[in-house]
Design a protein around this ligand. Structure first.
Ligand code: APR
Ligand code: ZN
Length: 360
């Protein structure tokens, strides 16, 4: 089958013929129908997120079950599934305390063994354990969540990362209340999902901040009531102006850089909550004044994968789209072929797209 392989950081992805390993007893063999292209894929490609290589990237996918291992009891060939890049074990310390997104064993399968081999025999890892930049994949049963067969798989793909990461940050992590003020820095696929989550929670105003003015029409379509061009104006002052001089009740950083985390902290009101959604580099440090941290009584928190429980939240996102409360189509800028991936990375870096979605 064809897959997009990364051999070294900074290199272009190469479309290669690879052979999948046979599914183990607890595995599911999936025909990938669609995969979104997320910033975290680009971050592995450009070396921001270190990852053993060669690997097939892609972690925001949906598809159709082809075959299941002997011990798989909840899925059958023909089922439509959204893939989760965490496969919660349901029995570790974090799973038992309501944090399946932090499962201690949730990504073991991604590194335990090669998921495929190149034609010359080189073993290959599945990045994020999902490897959705390939026509087929093998994943643990726990990484699959069944959805209605009538639901479009290209929209379902987005549920697997960007949508739950953004909407979940608002609902599961920050717990935004109706009427609360929200500011969101970064209006890519994930930031737009945060904005949609804020709309769902009845927040107002919802202030979208980005450096690419091209994102503002889309941000408004997703629920932003105000937009701030961080290239043209000081975004911290602008958000304070829009929130009675205090700053927003809830802020979300959805870029993944120290400077924007710092800005999000400053545009949070005293005793407000600043949620870091963006995935930055391990070496990029954020500074806070010791006195300021205490006296402003703000909460700064990280949020992994929208604090998502895939089994609970994936079907919920599908349902919310079906009743018109979420607009997943708004997040899709382009539908592309696997061979267009390198250009999709370029377009994402240039701020041209919310999401490019590979349709196989
Ligand atoms: N101020 C405001 N916005 C910025 C800034 C800045 N200094 N720098 C970049 N942006 C905007 C970009 O213009 C773009 O619209 O942030 C957005 C980032 O969007 P994408 O590149 O599409 O990334 P996305 O897939 O949404 O992911 C965002 O969340 O899950 C993580 O790894 C992911 O760190 C990444 C973040
Ligand atoms: Zn992602």
């Amino acid at each position: 089958m064809r897959a997009a392989v990364l051999r070294a950081p900074g290199e272009q992805l190469a479309i290669d013929d690879v052979s999948l390993r046979a599914p183990g007893p607890n595995d599911v063999h999936v025909r990938v129908a669609a995969s979104g292209v997320c910033r975290s894929d680009l971050s592995i490609q450009d070396g921001t997120i270190p990852h053993p290589l060669p690997a097939v990237l892609g972690h925001e996918g949906a598809g159709v079950v082809l075959d299941v291992g002997d011990a798989v009891s909840t899925l059958a060939p023909g089922d439509h599934v959204v893939l989760s890049w965490v496969a919660p074990c349901r029995s570790c310390f974090y799973c038992l305390r309501g944090h399946p997104e932090l499962c201690e064993r949730g990504m073991d399968h991604a590194f335990a063994m090669p998921y495929a081999h190149a034609s010359d025999g080189t073993p290959m890892l599945a990045a994020f354990g999902t490897a959705t930049f390939g026509e087929e994949t093998v994943v643990p049963e726990r990484a699959c969540v069944r959805i209605d067969r009538a639901f479009p798989l290209d929209l379902a793909a987005l549920v697997g990362c960007g949508v739950v990461t953004g909407v979940g940050a608002v609902r599961n992590s920050a717990h935004v209340e109706p009427g609360a003020s929200v500011a969101v820095i970064g209006c890519g696929g994930v930031g737009l999902a945060v904005i949609q989550g804020a709309r769902l929670s009845g927040a107002t105003p919802i202030i979208a901040v980005d450096t690419a003015a091209s994102k503002f029409a889309l941000a408004r379509q997703c629920g932003a009531t105000e937009v701030v061009d961080a290239d043209a104006t000081d975004p911290v002052a602008a958000v304070r102006d829009l929130t009675g001089g205090r700053g927003a009740d809830f802020t979300f950083e959805v870029v993944g850089r120290s400077a924007t985390i710092r800005a999000a902290f400053e545009m949070t009101r005293r005793a407000g909550t600043c949620t870091v959604v963006g995935a930055g580099s391990f070496t990029d440090m954020v500074e806070f004044g010791a006195m300021q941290l205490m006296v402003d009584a703000k909460t700064v928190r990280g949020c992994v994968y929208g604090a998502t429980d895939p089994a609970r939240d994936f079907p919920e996102m599908v349902r919310l789209h079906e009743v018109g409360a979420l607009d997943l189509e708004a997040l899709v800028t382009r539908r592309i072929d696997l061979t267009d991936l390198n250009d999709a990375f370029r377009a994402m870096d240039a701020g041209e797209v919310a999401r490019s979605v590979i349709v196989f």
